[in-house]
Design a protein around this ligand. Structure first.
Ligand SMILES: Nc1ncnc2c1ncn2[C@@H]1O[C@H](COP(=O)(O)OP(=O)(O)OP(=O)(O)O)[C@@H](O)[C@H]1O
Length: 381
């Protein structure tokens, strides 16, 4: 299985806020469409003020879960509680949330001012208060001065900022974001990502964002809910999801990962061909086929391969390609063990010491603390 290749990621290391009050509880929520199960017994608690991302591949059920929270889709089973109140059967208009969709969904025939004021007018808020609140919200999303413009006169990023202001206008307890950045080009997306994150931190509004973009989730979320085939695979901080993936699926979905075919051994070990490799504690039976997962940046390369070549327990490989990626070089090695391949990311400042070239034989070190064993054939993407 070739390793999943994506660019290196900056993982948000911000600690989960010390929020201890539950904002939203999802208890045993399932959703079936005919005989198809889109959500299977989902259980999740979201804390007051948290920024949570639902992350997963297309069709995993993340939008269905968001829509269920909003009341736009009715669950087939289970219960939703918001701030202690059972909202399971409430229609969307009786629930406390603001929502931003992927496509801007602004009213095209209303000005920016009137789009943002819409929810406030529906609630019969008095005119002077509406004027103040719209001014405050437009300042918050850096669109002061755009009050009289129509959506068609705004860029995609500006339209999404108006949509955000509109969603926040009535001060909802919960902000729902359904892939709000995916229709925007990369530069605007990056900029808006940090704006939304800063705004959320400033307002402290509990936020759930659906995304299929791992980088977005890793950089924005306090906690990530990784979903696959209608179930939650793992819930954790970005750092925990990245460094301690709970399943082969999570390991392969987030960041780049090598998967080597090995045989499980006792005492935190696995056999790669005949070469013993130390790894983290595992629960796979001795002698069972397994996958050893290790990130490319954790693989260490050195020059003593020839000396080690015939030494028991030494792992070496031949360089088959070198890609220059700026901050690091991505080196693909062929291992003598069953001709498997391994990717190593070598920081550019270290690569000169290795004088890398195709055909070179290098010693490989797989640090045990970065090597995780999963059952062979366990779900990847
Ligand atoms: N109204 C519906 N009727 C039938 N099937 C549906 C309906 N809505 C969603 N599904 C199915 O449920 C599954 C989950 O859909 P959902 O939209 O939640 O996925 P997703 O993870 O948000 O994916 P994407 O990123 O592609 O939007 C999909 O297989 C989808 O085809």
């Amino acid at each position: 299985m070739p390793p999943t290749m994506t660019s290196p990621l900056s993982v948000s290391t911000a600690a989960t806020p010390r929020a201890t009050t539950t904002h939203l509880s999802i208890d045993g929520v399932s959703k079936r469409f005919g005989s198809f199960t889109a959500l299977d017994n989902i259980a999740l608690e979201i804390q007051e003020g948290e920024f949570v991302c639902f992350l997963g591949p297309s069709g995993c059920g993340k939008t269905t879960l968001l829509r269920t929270i909003a009341g736009l889709t009715r669950q087939s089973a289970g219960r939703l509680t918001q701030r202690g109140k059972d909202i399971s059967m409430l229609p969307p208009q009786a629930r406390d949330f603001g929502i931003v969709f992927q496509s801007y969904a602004l009213f095209p025939n209303l000005t920016v001012f009137n789009n943002v004021a819409y929810g406030l007018r529906n609630r019969r808020v008095e005119r002077a208060r509406i004027n103040d609140r719209v001014a405050e919200l437009l300042a918050l999303v850096n669109l002061t001065g755009s009050e009289a413009k129509y959506p068609a006169a705004l860029s995609g990023g500006q339209q999404q900022r108006v949509a955000l202001a509109r969603a926040l206008a009535t001060e909802p307890g919960l902000l729902l974001l359904d892939e709000p950045l995916s229709a925007l080009d990369a530069r605007v997306r990056g900029h808006l990502r940090s704006q939304i994150k800063a705004l959320q931190a400033r307002l402290g509004v509990t936020t759930i964002m659906v995304t299929h973009d791992q980088e977005e989730a890793l950089t924005m979320a306090d906690r990530i809910v990784v979903m696959n085939h209608g179930v939650i695979e793992q819930v954790g901080t970005p750092a925990a999801i990245y460094h301690q993936p709970a399943s082969a699926f999570v390991a392969s979905f987030i960041g780049s990962m090598n998967f080597l075919e090995v045989t499980a051994q006792a005492n935190r070990q696995a056999l790669l061909g005949n070469t013993p490799c130390a790894c983290l504690p595992h629960t796979i039976a001795v002698g069972q086929a397994a996958q050893l997962a290790i990130r490319p940046e954790a693989v260490a390369l050195s020059l003593q391969a020839r000396a080690l070549k015939h030494q028991a327990g030494a792992l070496n490989g031949e360089v088959v390609s070198i890609e220059f990626l700026g901050a690091f070089q991505r080196v693909t090695l062929r291992l003598p063990e069953d001709h498997q391949t391994l990717i190593a990311d070598v920081p550019s400042r270290d690569s000169s010491k290795l004088s890398l070239y195709v055909g070179q034989l290098l010693a490989i070190h797989l640090p045990a603390e970065a090597a995780r064993l999963y059952a062979a054939g366990s779900s990847q993407q």
